[in-house]
Design a protein around this ligand. Sequence first.
Ligand code: C2E
Ligand code: CA
Ligand code: CA
Ligand code: CA
Length: 280
Amino acid sequence: AKSGGRNTFFFYNANMQVLADQHLSMEKALHSAIDNNELYLNYQPQVNQTHHITGAEVLVRWKNPEHGFVPPDQFIPLAEETGKILSIGAWILHEACSQLAQWEKAKLCPKGFRLAINISPKQFEQTDFISQLINVISSTNVNPYHLELELTEGILVKNLDALTTKMDAIRQMGIALSIDDFGTGYSSLKYLKKMPISQLKIDKSFIADLLTDTNDQAITGTIIAMAHHMQMEIIAEGVEDIPTVEKLTSMGCTHFQGYYFSRPVSAEDCTLLLQQEILP
Ligand code: C2E
Ligand code: CA
Ligand code: CA
Ligand code: CA
């Protein structure tokens, strides 16, 4: 038993080493990803009940010669750990606004259109975040009323006064604020109502089995009722089929995003969708 334990320990240790090496080599690669032009953006349209495009979410992609395509679920947490998220986040903000400026110039943004950009907690917490926003808006010349920031609930747990001040400043610029993955975090509902939040986004984990899972129906129904009550907009993500669209509509959900309407696509393909104005 003793030697077995020892072997197990040795094996585990070696395995850990492999993982640590992989982690380190990916971290190194990520460090020069911007300079090597390995990052690019995809866009996933959002629609209303008549399937007209009302916005799009910006989703970052990383393709590295050694590691191949690394999904954001893997490299964003790594970038958060190392602090690299600050330069990556700034790059995304600038790249997304440059694209938005082109769509504005081509008159492809319908009335009320919002381009939604995911903002990591660390990125949002930077003391100069507001001035970064001001700078990117003036250098790309975009309409701030065409922008929306997606924040996660994690942001709502600390330093409430500073947070509200920052959110108010952003809203005053015309930018909308959306709470992403709503229902999966630990945000205090008491705080939520004090925040200048425009929209709640129901996480796709509640939408995947919505048609059959009565718990998911109860949670989704509660989130929708809450959003209406607080006069916030509501959008469901991860919508993959029309019965789910119909179910959500019957529950009072007004906006949708998911594979049923469109996968995340390149800027060029998103331009075509914007020209089309309406999705299936
Ligand atoms: P998220 O913000 O919740 O993004 C939604 C994810 O759901 C995206 O995965 C999207 O491709 C996927 N999705 C969209 N429609 C459907 C559907 O109908 N069914 C299913 N099963 N999935 C759908 P993606 O692009 O892999 O991004 C994963 C996560 O990585 C994002 O989750 C977000 O947390 C993070 N992320 C992605 N891009 C950025 C970014 O630019 N900045 C930051 N900070 N985080 C990002
Ligand atoms: Ca919206
Ligand atoms: Ca998001
Ligand atoms: Ca989500």
